[in-house]
Design a protein around this ligand. Structure first.
Ligand code: KG4
Ligand code: ZN
Length: 347
């Protein structure tokens, strides 16, 4: 039953999660269905785009029915349908947007196009009613590492980003060379708890003074070289020490850069978003750094850090309130820019 509430459906298929959620009044989570394809892709050591698209195609109808069933709603209760249209894998995005457009064409419901990173940022807004723009956001995922000024609900300014690997990508690659499997982030997080973070001093890359950009490929390569050298020298390696030392290096850079950005901009609120925001060391260290500075910190619960459709519904609700709808001609944008690209979602 709708009970006079405003209901938003969110759809997310940009990578390997087929997700649909229903949200009431932009905050109350009525259902949050996430069908992960991890088991399908892990035999290949990473996401295979063509296989991801096929699985979205077969999963979407079931995920859709479960999302409505769990919320106790029917399609006619829904006020708008929000869908992630980029950035992400083109074929995977096409599945979600085609499904959303079909629903809207058949029912006459309005369609809203959502930027994936705007969605991640909205995980915080959905969960923390007191959080309002402007604030600073550290976006750390498998595809992005950015420091973003959230100037408004639909206005973003990117202060810095990675020049090579995204932080989640570095986690996944290091996990792969350690033989931990895909996705590597949670596995490194887990085994690092039993390791010595100071066993090996891996390279920390800060770039030019004052830069808010990131670079993780040097740290990743340092881990690969270390493993190679130890193997060549016939020495045994402790994977927990390697994981803990790698994580120590990466988290140190993320926390220090976020602190620099707070210092430079003067923001008093920091949000953290994206899959790597689920990392236990990062959560502990960023909390400490914010406490020391008197900065208010917002991090979503772990289930809303990694890809989900609640975040897409949250952003779609706000866009609908501002009349920012898409037409049925909505395209997909694999490299959609957060600062310049949002207009493309309203065509
Ligand atoms: O946000 P997300 O689900 O997808 C993208 O938009 O990329 O992020 C996925 C990334 C993967 O690289 C995964 O290894 C990483 O987030 N990740 C973690 C943890 N959980 C997920 N990295 C470190 N620690 C974790 N606990
Ligand atoms: Zn994501």
């Amino acid at each position: 039953m709708k009970d006079g509430k405003h209901i938003t459906m969110g759809i997310e298929t940009s990578c390997d999660e087929t997700a649909i959620a229903l949200l009431a009044d932009g905050r109350e989570i009525l259902s949050n269905i996430i069908s992960s394809q991890i088991d399908v892709h892990k035999v290949y050591g990473g996401v295979v785009p063509e296989i991801a698209s096929r699985h979205h195609l077969s999963n979407l109808p079931f995920v859709y029915e479960r999302a409505l069933d769990e919320a106790g709603l029917v399609l006619s209760d829904v006020d708008e349908v929000g869908v992630c249209a980029g950035p992400g894998l083109a074929g995977a995005l096409i599945m979600g947007t085609a499904f959303a457009k079909a629903i809207c064409a058949a029912s006459g419901k309005p369609l809203v196009g959502v930027h994936h990173i705007q969605g991640h940022i909205f995980s915080n807004i959905v969960e923390h009613p007191e959080l309002e723009p402007p604030f600073l956001c550290l976006v750390i995922s498998g595809g992005h590492t950015q420091l973003v000024e959230v100037r408004g609900y639909n206005e973003f300014h990117v202060l810095g980003g990675t020049r090579d690997d995204a932080v989640g990508e570095a986690y996944d690659k290091v996990a792969r060379v350690l033989g931990l499997g895909y996705p590597g982030g949670p596995k490194i997080d887990e085994i690092a708890r039993g390791g010595d973070p100071h066993a090996i001093e891996f390279k920390r890359v800060y770039l030019e003074k004052g830069s808010l950009d990131f670079s993780f490929s040097g740290t990743k390569t340092a881990v690969i070289n270390y493993l190679h050298n130890e193997k060549q020298g016939g020495r045994s390696v402790n994977p927990a020490d390697v994981a803990a030392s790698f994580q120590e290096a990466v988290v140190e850079v993320l926390v220090n850069k976020a602190a620099d950005a707070l210092e430079m901009t003067g923001y008093k609120a920091l949000a953290v978003a994206g899959g790597v925001a689920a990392n236990s060391l990062l959560r502990e260290r960023i909390r400490k750094a914010c406490e020391e500075r008197g900065t208010k910190l917002y991090i979503p619960s772990s289930i809303l850090c990694t890809d989900n459709a609640v975040m897409i519904a949250g952003a779609a609700y706000r866009k609908a309130m501002e009349g920012r709808f898409a037409s049925l001609r909505l395209d997909v944008w694999p490299g959609l820019d957060l600062e310049e690209g949002l207009d493309k979602l309203e065509m």
